[in-house]
Design a protein around this ligand. Structure first.
Ligand code: SAM
Length: 283
């Protein structure tokens, strides 16, 4: 069964009387080269967790290599479709549910046991950011995450310090992972075609963050404050974010060798780490 062939998709659509939901981000991948690239990038050894099976085009690809694939799909009407499209595979389990509402840690433990797994997904765009941040912040036993996301989101995640795309999500992803864009995928590679282009983003989860911080919570509070108002200076952002008087804050930044009038987008991970530790000592 070739789920990258539009005729197969149309047949299934008809057979199951399936209606595509825009609201659930249902744009199914039709490009077999891109499927190969996602599977290669996912670093598959044993287990793979997929988010959003759709008709199962990626699920099938992953199941060719993985020992076990577990895919979470929110749309009830896709369950009978998946039973049909995945009938040749005995190493796939479909879980009907909302990925954002389930306990991913418990699910991974129950389905895959002890080892580290890979996550692969062509993500529904309306919840890309909560899914990515949720996965990396909850420190799941995952070695590699490969996700199809909106091109602009991928560009923000891999953005370098000082560029216009650099922001809190770049810092977060670079703190926990090594992100890279594998491939830009044009809108026409999906059915139905979305309005925007996409990118395959690969994130290798790091064993430990590249900078040491006393408190990760404090570190991310600093990062969020620094990017909350992009036009404000670091001094103003931190003063309102932490409720600290500007003179004391200004002195502290100068002691760290950081210009108080700088904007957050000029700061790298190590500067944010220094600021977070110093603010921690001020309280
Ligand atoms: N993997 C398929 C492919 O590559 O063609 C489908 C990808 S499509 C972009 C996203 C899929 O995620 C849809 O099947 C949609 O129903 C499902 N989905 C949307 N929100 C979800 C959620 N909160 N939890 C799990 N699946 C979700």
């Amino acid at each position: 069964m070739d789920l990258t062939d539009i005729r197969t998709i149309r047949e299934i659509e008809k057979k199951f009387n399936f209606g595509f939901s825009k609201g659930l981000g249902q744009n199914f991948l039709l490009d077999s080269d891109v499927l190969d690239k996602i599977a290669d990038a996912a670093d598959i050894t044993d287990g793979v967790l997929e988010i959003g099976a759709g008709f199962g085009v990626l699920t099938r690809k992953l199941a060719e290599t993985a020992k076990k694939v577990v895919s979470v799909e929110i749309d009830k009407s896709l369950i009978p479709v998946l039973q049909y499209t995945l009938q040749d595979f005995d190493n796939v389990k479909i879980i009907e549910g909302d990925f954002l509402k389930l306990d991913a840690k418990a699910l991974i433990k129950e389905e895959f046991g002890g080892g580290k797994i890979s996550i692969a997904a062509n993500l529904p765009y309306y919840i890309t950011t909560p899914i990515i941040t949720g996965i990396i912040e909850s420190k799941l036993p995952v070695k590699t995450i490969v996700v199809m996301v909106q091109k602009e989101v991928a560009e923000r995640i891999v953005a370098k310090v000082g560029t216009k795309d650099y922001g809190a999500i770049s810092v977060l992803c670079n703190f926990y992972t090594k992100p890279e864009i594998v491939e830009i995928v044009p809108a026409g590679s999906f059915y139905p075609a979305p309005k925007v282009d996409s990118a395959v983003l690969r994130m290798e989860v790091l064993d430990k963050p590249p900078v040491l911080v006393e408190s990760e919570t404090q570190f991310f509070k600093v990062v969020k404050s620094a990017f909350l108002h992009r036009r404000k200076t670091l001094l103003n952002c931190l003063s309102s974010g932490f409720g600290i008087e500007k003179p004391a804050l200004s002195e502290m930044l100068k002691e760290l060798g950081i210009e108080p009038s700088v904007r957050g987008e000029r700061l790298g991970l190590s500067e944010f780490a220094k600021i977070a530790d110093a603010i921690g000592k001020m309280h």
